[in-house]
Design a protein. Structure first.
Length: 567
């Protein structure tokens, strides 16, 4: 049997066959047949107020579900607005599929309305761009998009659909919309290293006395939490994490040593004295390596990654294990011998207690304006183990990366570190709340980040999601102002924002909103916001002193600073 339908309906049916879930976008003439089919098929689609918001929401949805997030945009400005978010997903290894409408091919190049070279603009920001030239090939190319998005290191795929393809009538056979179930989520295919290379890694582990494992976002993408737990228990190896890797193990686990890189509790000190570094699902980029200066070159390294071309890019591995993180860690755990590192683990416990004692005054301070450390401390105290914290770009991510504790292994912390753009907080909360509606979702965003996506508070309200936006309100572009304070002796330029009551703004948009200036009011205000149905905004007035805006010393400015840490 065959069925006749529009290209847009074929597109919608292809996504429905892949169990796409919630989608995000803003319609235009080119994709209207797709929108009509989405409606008749009963698929879940959310109108957003900015295409970047839609792609960010799809990114967060993908991180929480493991399935590719789906967004769409019309041609021209709609498509070009996707660039930042596509680069975020591609750099972070997050599976995402973006559908873009394009010009009618019969009139392309004749100054059509909103026409631009969008294929050339979008291609470098994505893992792949697929152009749909025949409506009959739509199911095939959607399958191809899912395969690319979920295989190897995941990423963003663009499906560029010309107007005449989407509006065309096409006859499809009954079995046209088959799918490969393995590509519905990540990882689509699990690979593992050869036995000889594994044996070399096991030999290093067996002789190490002070090993450290560095966990990146690849642990989440691989779903390697149980495998990692088995490995660190079997070998007695402490775990440090990047911001993307937070939650690889619970931050409360005795073997967790917290964040490493630009900001660190005590993990950096242990890395510098380690006799073996195991890297799992981590790219070892600038922030993770303190601008490529953290890892001692002479220290042996085992590097586990699914993308072989990243081996040796920023650090030289002694053994490179090319494969899926979960499969590789499982094999290494199975090869463990009896290992006793009692003295080493006691040292780590002592470092932990020292750090806790040193930071407690900042975590519990009643200073006004509110110290960001106190805010994060209150979030640690009131959020349950299954909560999801979205950390916007900038210092919202750095403060929470350093001080926030996930209470269980798994994706309970989401920071957009692929491109580290501000403006991710609101759409991240939208995508996460739709993906896991039974879990509390809180997003921490600076006032600058909120300003970039303020209009989509209306989207949160319309979608009727339970999500709380906590605004770190310092009336500044905080990271920039803090660096100007250090590097240019307080010569500030274009880093101040207006004083705005975002609680009042939220109320005007029909959301629950409150402004907090007293640190003692934080816990009850946060609790009320999280338990109030619908979207909430808690506007927290934090320090205006640029000397206290960062959680520690930024290595790029370290030569200008004598103190070690603020928090």
């Amino acid at each position: 049997m065959t069925s006749t339908m529009s290209g847009g309906e074929a597109l919608a049916r292809s996504f429905a066959a892949h169990e796409s879930g919630d989608m995000f976008g803003m319609g235009g003439f080119q994709l209207l047949p797709f929108y009509a089919a989405v409606r008749t098929l009963g698929m879940r689609h959310h109108l957003i107020n900015d295409e970047r918001t839609g792609a960010f929401a799809a990114d967060a949805y993908a991180r929480m579900t493991g399935r590719p997030g789906v967004c769409d945009a019309t041609l021209g400005p709609g498509a070009t607005n996707l660039v930042t978010a596509l680069a975020e997903s591609t750099n972070a290894g997050v599976p995402l599929i973006a559908v873009t409408g394009d010009t009618h091919r019969g009139y392309s190049g004749r100054h059509m309305t909103q026409e631009t070279q969008q294929v050339e603009i979008l291609r470098p920001a994505a893992k792949a761009l697929l152009r749909v030239e025949q409506p009959e090939r739509i199911p095939e190319l959607v399958r191809r998009a899912y395969t690319i998005a979920t295989s190897g290191r995941p990423g963003a795929v663009v499906l560029d659909v010309p107007e005449d393809v989407c509006h065309a009538q096409v006859t499809m056979p009954e079995d046209a919309f088959w799918t490969d179930a393995e590509t519905h989520g990540v990882p689509a295919r699990r690979t593992r290293p050869d036995q000889h290379t594994l044996d070399r890694a096991v030999a290093l582990l067996a002789t190490a006395e002070r090993p450290v494992l560095l966990a990146g976002g690849g642990i989440h993408l691989s779903g390697a939490h149980e495998a990692l737990a088995a490995f660190v228990r079997a070998w007695g190896v402490p775990v440090a994490h990047t911001m993307s890797g937070k939650g690889s193990v619970s931050c409360l686990d005795p073997l967790s040593i917290g964040l490493f890189g630009r900001y660190s509790r005590y993990a950096n000190d242990l890395i510098k004295t380690a006799d073996l570094v195991v890297v799992a699902g981590c790219k070892l980029g600038e922030i993770a390596t303190e601008r490529y200066d953290l890892l001692p070159p002479a220290t042996p390294m085992i590097h586990i990654d699914v993308l072989s071309e990243d081996f040796g890019r920023t650090a030289r591995p002694t053994v490179a294990l090319w494969g899926d993180a979960a499969s590789t860690l499982t094999d290494l755990a199975a090869a463990s011998s009896t290992t006793t590192r009692t003295g080493y683990l006691e040292e780590i416990d002592g470092r932990r207690r020292t750090w806790q004692e040193r930071t407690r005054p900042r975590l519990t301070t009643d200073e006004r304006p509110i110290n960001v450390a106190r805010l994060v401390h209150e979030l640690n105290g009131m959020l349950p183990a299954d909560a999801v914290l979205i950390a916007d770009g900038g210092f919202a991510a750095h403060w929470t990366g350093l001080l926030y504790d996930t209470k269980q292994a798994g994706r309970g912390y989401v920071a957009d570190r692929g491109l580290a753009s501000i403006g991710y907080g609101v759409p991240g909360a939208l995508g996460a709340a739709l993906a896991v509606p039974d879990r509390p979702v809180v997003a921490l965003s600076g006032d600058g980040g909120l300003n970039m996506s303020l209009g989509d508070l209306e989207t949160l309200r319309r979608a009727d999601v339970n999500a709380t936006i906590v605004v770190v309100n310092n009336a500044a572009s905080g990271y920039v102002k803090a660096l100007q304070h250090v590097l240019f002796d307080g010569g500030y330029q274009s880093s101040d924002l207006s004083e705005i009551d975002y609680g009042a703004v939220a109320s005007a948009l029909g959301c629950h909103g409150v402004r907090i200036e007293d640190p003692e009011a934080l816990a009850p205000a946060l609790t009320e916001a999280v338990t109030t149905p619908g979207p909430s905004v808690v506007d927290v007035v934090v320090t205006r002193d640029p000397a206290k805006m960062l959680p520690g010393v930024d290595k790029r400015a370290a030569s200008k600073r004598a103190d070690d840490r603020i928090a």
